[in-house]
Ligand binder design. Structure first.
Ligand SMILES: Cc1cc2nc3c(=O)[nH]c(=O)nc-3n(C[C@H](O)[C@H](O)[C@H](O)COP(=O)(O)O)c2cc1C
Length: 200
């Protein structure tokens, strides 16, 4: 039995490769990295949910997603500006876990660029009459009723901008796990680019 050899330059290549996969996933709805699990803190309790990856910046690595400013996740992130982001590619068997610090973009140059890239169809969600996740008396689609079977016009959709937040996640630690039958590969990358093997 020959033990495989993996050195630091190999894990650095894996990290670069995974950042490329993240970049490619932005525009591909079916890509496993297109959505991720975002965990925030709600009164000392962790709370997770799925969000869509909207942008990625490399060096330093930053991830971005959009949310309604009225949603519990947004409120939690405004209060505790930290979170964890978790991705998994089931085919390649790679998990990425990011420890993040949060920077919120609301009605600024960066949120405007993100809003302009948001399709009319998706802008509907930001026109929701009820605060996201609020209790309601009976079922409601929580989009403007007259937009049920059509996209809002550009003018109508701009009402949603008041509720639109673009959230930047600054990665302070990445934890990468690649599953293999002959021994998993796991390592961390710190903010200063220090890279360390971790036991799997
Ligand atoms: C596939 C999928 C993608 C989603 N993308 C987003 C997103 O990008 N932003 C967002 O705020 N909510 C998104 N959601 C909705 C949240 O996950 C949902 O609001 C969550 O269940 C509760 O959010 P809360 O923690 O803010 O109450 C998505 C849900 C699914 C199932």
């Amino acid at each position: 039995m020959v033990l495989k050899k993996i050195n630091k330059s190999d894990i650095l290549k894996i990290y670069k490769r995974e950042q490329d996969y993240l970049l490619k996933a932005i525009k591909k709805a079916k890509d496993p990295y297109h959505i991720f699990s975002l965990s925030t803190i709600n009164n000392h309790h962790p709370e997770s949910r799925i969000v869509v990856l909207r942008n990625v910046q490399i060096n330093p690595l930053k991830l971005y997603f959009n949310s309604d400013i009225r949603s519990p996740k947004s409120i939690q992130l405004k209060k505790d500006r930290v979170c964890s982001a978790l991705f998994y590619d089931q085919i390649r068997r790679v998990q990425l876990r990011f420890k993040c610090e949060v920077n919120i973009h609301y009605d600024n140059d960066i949120s405007k660029i993100a809003w302009n890239k948001t399709a009319l169809q998706s802008r509907k969600c930001y026109m929701a009459p009820f605060n996201p996740s609020s209790r309601i008396e009976s079922w409601h689609p929580n989009i403007p009723i007259d937009c049920i079977d059509r996209d809002p016009t550009l003018d109508e959709s701009n009402l949603g901008y008041n509720n639109f937040m673009h959230i930047e996640l600054n990665i302070i630690k990445a934890d990468i796990l690649e599953l293999h039958y002959d021994g998993h590969v796991r390592f961390e990358v710190l903010e200063n680019n220090e890279i360390n093997f971790l036991s799997a």
